[in-house]
Design a protein around this ligand. Structure first.
Ligand SMILES: [Zn+2]
Length: 77
């Protein structure tokens, strides 16, 4: 009996620590603000950027390269 109460108390303490740090909420906002990065020059773009904007970058900066080389992870919405 005594042991169970002790464990519950311990868990409660650990949970409070995480909440106080606000780590989980920060992770969430980081995912929302995820950036798109050009694999060729490492330039970053807002995660909300559309393919034409990125294509513009490829055309102006890497005219000898192509979209898939610069943004292999980009998935058109
Ligand atoms: Zn680039």
């Amino acid at each position: 009996m005594g042991n169970g109460a002790k464990a519950a108390h311990k868990r409660e303490k650990a949970g409070a620590k995480v909440a106080g740090k606000g780590e989980s909420s920060q992770l969430k906002s980081n995912a929302a603000a995820q950036t798109i990065q050009c694999e060729t020059c490492k330039a970053t773009f807002q995660g909300t950027s559309k393919q034409p904007q990125l294509q513009l970058h490829v055309d102006s900066k890497h005219s000898k390269s192509d979209f898939k080389t610069c943004f292999p992870k980009f998935v058109a919405a």
